[in-house]
Design a protein around this ligand. Structure first.
Ligand SMILES: Cc1cc2nc3c(=O)[nH]c(=O)nc-3n(C[C@H](O)[C@H](O)[C@H](O)COP(=O)(O)OP(=O)(O)OC[C@H]3O[C@@H](n4cnc5c(N)ncnc54)[C@H](O)[C@@H]3O)c2cc1C
Length: 590
């Protein structure tokens, strides 16, 4: 509510949101809006620490209202500061208050070897950034110490002109999020002070020696990448928020079967995000104050694995949801275009999701040894019984009630995860034994093995979290409707895994697909009458939705009539009308 009050008051938001703006004006407005977010108390760190549910709530509403300015705000005021806090030390804290260009005598030299090493698309880099966090290989006396993060002055803060020694510029117009100035940079032997290395995980002394509190280079690499999880955790929530915006419009306009599985998915994701963002912020607080040190490394790895899969799968589900909504209604093109980048930034989904399968693959030898698997968030604990799950795995349901029983759905996903883990592990092993490098072995095992493994793993975790939410509900009516959403999402998502269920001989004969199809149709029919109430319960207010077909009063044709008649172009003759007249006979050329 506070955020909405702020936006209603702020002059930079009180523009006609349906009016066509120039590219440059879109940029200017987004920057001004992003700067104004700084004044919103609820977004401040102190407010977030008081209630860790606030970040998810704020992300949802801000992204539904103004995606470009929200992302711009997040990159500048959240990701930049998080990088300094997580990876820097006291000598960098001045950047948090007052960003200024450093001075020093001992320098690092940043160099992009050729144009293939250009960094592209970074948010804010195009026109406005004065500093960037740059991840680069640290090379000392010819020896590489791996990826490290540096604070790099880019433009003079007094006049926003780039410094010499680098080429920086804007990537131009995109299909969405045009308020963000995504940019490119190429460094040409560009010197930065030694102090600009973010040195919590690795330091270079005045004498040019490398020292690090983390001896294992892999762990050092993991720690350097750790602060990037924040982006993926938030993007998962952004995907949900943008999907719900589209679903609100489409379901209010035409609640129909094709939209209902996506409604179920939105609810499952919503519960997951509320849980996972809170987990992540608590993890960040503990990391920064140095508490729970014994559990943090394992928790960090689990968060990394989960966030790499949930960001990808949430992005894909909501891409399909938004497209389905577009086909079922209208006014959703902007949501579709703005959502699109979620599939790419913070890791292109197909590349990113390999992080999850890499984490899971390490567990197969433990399963073979019948060792107990216990992870801080318990996302993989069921793998302890992996051999038993595979031994017993058979599809045994014959009725609607049996296939819809939550424990049966969970056990199907557990079998799928164990089966795909086993197959992926042996596929990678076979590739390695045939002489392939680690990169090619993983690459050749990605499409039908590791990728599907990561997907079923995260779907199981989504469902597990949803079940936990359902168990907390006290009202039987709420329990019932949440269970129906759980079952619909669980069964509908199984459709894509049917080949694997037959391949692994979990199912035989036609019962499984027949029962699945029958149950999905029945669940959708049962849910149809509740669909509008369910979307109303999570919909953004009209001020934020800004939709003709999806307004909460349901007066579709009234709003449509007024929008059509009041459009500035609706009844005007075009300025170029003379070009289509044939003046010899005063007839149209068309
Ligand atoms: C709108 C937008 C905003 C962005 N904002 C930022 C930002 O603020 N800051 C920032 O630092 N970056 C930003 N980025 C950059 C973004 O994070 C990268 O574009 C993204 O991670 C993909 O990396 P890439 O462009 O190098 O493509 P690649 O990762 O090279 O992918 C290119 C293609 O190759 C395929 N591919 C590559 N490697 C593999 C593999 N191992 N296995 C299988 N397939 C593979 C991919 O699937 C893809 O099809 C942004 C990008 C966009 C589009």
């Amino acid at each position: 509510m506070k955020f909405m009050k702020h936006c209603k008051k702020c002059p930079d938001y009180i523009t006609d949101r349906s009016s066509v703006q120039t590219f440059d004006e879109t940029r200017r407005l987004a920057v001004r809006q992003a700067m104004s977010h700084k004044d919103i108390e609820i977004l401040s760190l102190s407010s977030i620490i008081q209630n860790l549910k606030r970040p998810a709530a704020a992300t949802r509403i801000m992204m539904q209202f103004s995606p470009a300015s929200t992302i711009k705000y997040s990159v500048v005021f959240r990701l930049f500061t998080a990088a300094i806090t997580n990876m820097g030390t006291e000598r960098h804290y001045h950047y948090l208050d007052d960003i200024e260009d450093g001075k020093g005598t001992k320098n690092f030299i940043l160099n992009s070897s050729d144009f293939e090493a250009a960094k592209c698309w970074a948010g804010g880099l195009g026109q406005s950034a004065t500093h960037a966090i740059v991840y680069a290989q640290l090379i000392l006396k010819g020896i590489s110490y791996g990826l490290h993060a540096f604070v790099v002055p880019i433009r003079d803060p007094k006049n926003l002109l780039p410094y010499t020694g680098l080429i920086v510029g804007d990537m131009g117009e995109k299909i969405g999020l045009n308020g963000i100035d995504n940019g490119f940079v190429v460094f040409n032997k560009y010197p930065i002070p030694r102090e600009n290395l973010l040195n919590k995980f690795g330091e270079v002394t005045e004498d040019g020696e490398y020292v690090s509190p983390i001896k294992d280079p892999n762990k050092r690499h993991g720690a350097a990448l750790g602060s990037l999880s924040a982006g993926r955790v938030n993007i998962t929530c952004i995907c949900e928020a943008m999907g719900i915006k589209a679903l609100t419009i489409a379901i209010r306009y035409a609640a129909q079967h094709r939209l209902l599985p996506y409604l179920a998915a939105a609810y499952v994701l919503r519960e997951f995000n509320t849980y996972f963002i809170e987990v992540f912020y608590q993890f960040s607080i503990d990391t920064n104050i140095g508490s729970k040190k014994d559990v943090l490394p394992d928790l960090g790895m689990e968060i990394h694995a989960i966030s790499s899969a949930c960001k990808s799968v949430a992005g894909w589900i909501m891409k399909d949801a938004i497209q389905e909504c577009r086909e079922a209604s209208s006014g959703i093109g902007d949501v579709r275009n703005d959502h699109d980048a979620n599939l790419t930034y913070e890791g292109e989904n197909h590349v990113l999701i390999q992080q999850t399968s890499n984490w899971l693959l390490k567990m197969w030898p433990l399963i073979l040894n019948e060792e107990k698997i216990s992870t801080p968030l318990k996302s993989a604990d069921f793998l302890s019984d992996g051999l038993e799950i595979l031994r017993k795995g058979k599809f045994t349901a014959f009725t609607f009630e049996e296939i819809c029983a939550p424990e049966n759905i969970i056990s199907i996903y557990q079998w799928l995860t164990c089966y795909l883990l086993k197959r992926s592990y042996y596929k990678v092993e076979t590739e390695l034994k045939s002489g392939k490098s680690n990169f090619w072995a993983k690459n050749n095992s990605h499409v039908y093995h590791c990728k599907n493994l990561s997907i079923v793993f995260i779907q199981h975790f989504f469902l597990q979290r949803m079940l936990s939410k359902i168990s907390e509900a006290e009202d039987p009516a709420i329990k019932n409707v949440l269970t129906n959403l759980f079952v619909l999402y669980g069964l509908w998502s199984l459709e894509k895994h049917i080949p694997t269920l037959y391949h692994g001989e979990f199912a035989q004969g036609p019962t499984l697909p027949n029962l699945l199809q029958h149950s999905i149709l029945k669940l959708c029919a049962d849910l149809k009458n509740d669909a509008v109430s369910l979307i109303d319960a999570v919909a953004p207010p009209d001020f934020i939705l800004n939709s003709i077909l999806g307004a909460s009063d349901g007066m579709v044709y009234k709003h449509l009539e007024s929008a059509i008649y009041s459009s500035p172009y609706a009844m005007e003759r075009p300025k170029w009308w003379k070009e289509i007249i044939n003046w010899k006979d005063n007839k149209s050329k068309l």
